[in-house]
Design a protein around this ligand. Sequence first.
Ligand code: DAH
Length: 338
Amino acid sequence: MQEKINKYINDINKLSIKNKEEYTHFKNTFLSKNGILNNLFNQFKSLPNEEKKITGKLLNQLKQLVINKANTLSSNEERITKKENLDLTMPAIYSGIGAEHPLSKVQNRIIEIFNKVGFVISDGPEIEDDWHNFSALNMPEHHPARDMQDTFFITLNPDTLLRTHTSSVQIRYMENNPPPIRIISPGRVYRKEDISARAHCIFHQIEGLYIDSDVNFSDLKKMIMYFVHNLFGKDVKIRFRPSFFPFTEPSAEVDIYWGLNSEADYRITKGTGWLEIMGCGMVDPNVLENVNIDATKFSGFAFGLGIERITMLLHQVDDLRLFYENDIRFLKQFNQIH
Ligand code: DAH
């Protein structure tokens, strides 16, 4: 019996099966009720005890081999039939297309509003140097105003940093272009801030700069009213608050009324009901001099808008972290909104 089993083992090891018929034949020969395996196990029962040990081992080896062979053959066969059933003319499964992110949508709306009155886009790098992000903006080394914007430095060399605001683009543009200037610069900015419902370490701004002869504060105010009314409608409640920025004099901040009805409103507005959306002011003559523009001939205004804050106001989003979580249920709500 041992010899017989050894022969089967050898045969199976050499066996190659080419088609479905041969595979069925193999299965019937070895695995059916009256097949070889069952017969051998029946014969095994009547063997004398001293032979059972070795023969039993051999028989189990054969059984395992047959099962393995049958399994690999059946998965091959599955693959072959699947391939044969592949229909390349079937329509593809529709997995949905993406949509514009709410922040991009609002950014584009803002750009459009300023485009209409002659502002063109100017870009700048997110990795900045000290001069464009701070010094040229009237914030020399050790100036206390630098603390208003906690900075991520890229190397141990404090000259390379992630820009803390898009105001750096003003400097780059003025260095290379003479007045008159009318630009807006949208982009991402970075600050080492604790993440909360109203602040994040990465956010987006749009910088605006207008330089010409005889520009005054009432031009700035008119421009901001034009922008706010276009974006939020004529009925929005708005206020200008005197403020300080080293690169503008005088400076102001602009708030929009959000409301104070829920606990979230208190959290978002720090209990005031107002949400700040931008800083602005008349460009400080020191800044103009830093970029070699004659401050006796030219003046201008600048402003910096926070895109997240504006999007929160427009769509009543009470936690800015939602913009970065990419939760499809949140983002989908903006698909229909323009
Ligand atoms: N860069 C300021 C900030 O990020 C915002 C700002 C204020 C920009 C006044 C300006 C400006 O251009 O005139 O906080």
